[in-house]
Design a protein around this ligand. Structure first.
Ligand code: HEC
Ligand SMILES: [Cu+2]
Length: 375
């Protein structure tokens, strides 16, 4: 009896703990967009049907177990087959499946239809081991690990991958769709409210798959325009001889072969696409010794909320730790495996690392931004 009570308490606690989930950043229940809403409703519809089936079946089992439990040593009446019952319990599940299938298929159709491209925002999302690249072809803006969207706008995300299979998922807004190399998948999304949302790779893609995240920052229309302007505004000129300026020189010498940092320039968009491609080709030629791999665009990195593809808050301490050894934060990054500063003969001093970190945080659009995001 004691163990029954103990199990009961554990179950009750588990149920209680489950009730916490709707507020968590990757919960599919606290929806903020029509696609996630549709998917949640479909889930709940199926769930409640399953609950009814569960109660009837389990209730039946428990009731019959007690009612017909062995009372004497006589063999019970032996029966075999009951046509009426068998037809009933074949037809009822078939009907339930149809009831679930109809809204499911309708929802699949609904989310497959893309809005008119001319009237929508088109974003290209590319998966890399282990980070996300976001390109805005019409706006000619490119960034990484942070997807900026205007609220209440139809968005078509063109999804692909550079290396292996990944999957694109924003639990509170929509999900999920495979990122497949050499193939484009289309995902329709729309975000209802401004705010910060979590995205996550949802397909096992290698050692730090679970640490391949991104943030979605949904702006008011006005702030979104401001963000676009910011992305095209150069940073303020650094004071010659300052730590930031020394950091800039070190960055250009040690980091810029993989990371672009000046996509605010005119014409930078096509250049970045070409250079990501070239870096990738370069890497494929000699995976062991290559000093170049495709890497997150770091333009205006000082404005970013996170670091390491959504793993750590972007601040000075975390940046220093990241540059010292990215593997301590995220095991197996291509940065650690291929950047020359991690070879024994080419290491940066602590002072140099700090200068680079200061430089990275100084990478911001020069004009005072009126946008209210990440403030
Ligand atoms: C061999 C190419 C390569 C070199 C050289 C390189 N990196 Fe990286 N870097 C990467 C890759 C790849 C990632 C993505 C790591 C991940 O999240 O898996 C990355 C990620 C980063 C990030 C995090 C970006 C984000 O949005 O999460 C920062 C910051 C960064 N690198 C800074 C530097 C600095 C500073 C240097 C020079 C000291 C440098 N990198 C040199 C390839 C490189
Ligand atoms: Cu992935």
């Amino acid at each position: 009896m004691k163990s029954v009570i103990r199990t009961g308490i554990i179950f009750a606690l588990l149920l209680f703990a489950m009730a916490c989930s709707p507020d968590s950043p990757q919960s599919t229940f606290g929806t903020h967009g029509p696609v996630a809403e549709l998917q949640k409703n479909l889930f709940l519809f199926t769930f409640w049907i399953a609950v009814v089936v569960f109660i009837i079946v389990e209730g039946g089992i428990i009731y019959l177990t007690f009612k017909y439990r062995k009372k004497d040593n006589k063999l019970p009446v032996q029966t075999h087959g009951n046509l009426k019952l068998e037809i009933t319990w074949t037809i009822i599940p078939a009907i339930i499946i149809v009831i679930i299938a109809v809204p499911t298929v309708l929802a699949i159709w609904e989310t497959q239809v893309m809005p008119n491209e001319e009237e929508s925002l088109v974003v290209e999302a590319t998966g890399h081991q282990w980070w996300f690249e976001f390109k805005y072809p019409t706006e000619e803006v490119v960034t990484a690990n942070e997807l900026h969207l205007p609220e209440d706008t139809d968005v078509i995300v063109k999804i692909t991958s550079q290396d292996v299979l990944h999957s694109f998922w924003i639990p509170k807004i929509a999900g999920k769709l495979d990122m497949v190399p050499n193939h484009e998948n289309l995902l329709y999304i729309k975000a209802d409210d401004p705010g910060l949302y979590y995205g996550q790779c949802a397909e096992f893609c290698g050692i730090v798959h679970a640490m391949m995240r991104f943030r979605v920052i949904v702006h008011t229309q006005e702030d979104y325009q401001q963000w676009l302007n910011d992305m095209r505004t150069p940073p303020a000129k650094l004071v010659s001889g300052s730590d930031e300026d020394e950091g800039r020189k070190l960055f250009v010498g040690n980091c810029s072969m993989c990371h672009t940092y000046d996509s605010y320039k005119k014409g930078a968009y096509t250049k970045e696409i070409d250079s990501q491609y070239n870096r990738w080709e370069e890497w494929k030629k000699d995976k062991e010794n290559s000093a170049i791999v495709s890497a997150p665009n770091l333009t205006h990195f000082g404005e970013r909320v996170t670091l390491g593809a959504g793993i750590k808050e972007n601040n000075y301490d975390n940046l220093v730790k990241w540059i010292e050894n990215p593997d301590k934060i995220k095991l197996g990054t291509r940065m650690k495996n291929h950047a020359s500063i991690y070879r024994d003969d080419n290491q940066l001093s602590t002072e140099q690392i700090e200068q680079i970190a200061k430089y990275l945080l100084s990478m911001k659009p020069s004009t005072e931004s009126s946008a209210t995001y990440n403030k």
